[in-house]
Design a protein. Structure first.
Length: 101
């Protein structure tokens, strides 16, 4: 099992919409919100590193999300997870980076 602590920053005028949509995503739980700063702390659980990375990308691509950053990562010590880690990180490094305008 892979757990990610993700800091999401939402545009202030759509903060409530972001808070509402995040827990509808597979494996995502909202743990803390701060409407004044637009910050949302979520924990994402995923079965593999690839699924974890895809989940982060999914959050980053949501409308009204200005930024989403992985701030904590835990992965279980299964052979599958360890075997996939290097390949998944290489794919992440090769993926195009987006920036909030």
């Amino acid at each position: 099992m892979n757990l990610s602590g993700i800091l999401v920053v939402a545009s202030p005028e759509h903060f409530d919409e972001c808070v509402a949509v995040l827990p509808t995503l597979d494996g995502v739980e909202v743990h803390q919100t701060d409407a004044e700063t637009g910050r949302i702390v979520v924990v994402q659980a995923a079965p593999t590193v690839d699924a974890e990375i895809e989940g982060l990308k999914r959050i980053q691509s949501l409308p009204y999300v200005a930024a989403a950053s992985l701030v904590y990562h835990y992965f279980g010590d299964s052979a599958e997870t360890e075997a996939d880690l290097a390949a998944a990180l290489a794919r992440l490094a090769d993926s195009p980076q987006t920036s909030a305008d």
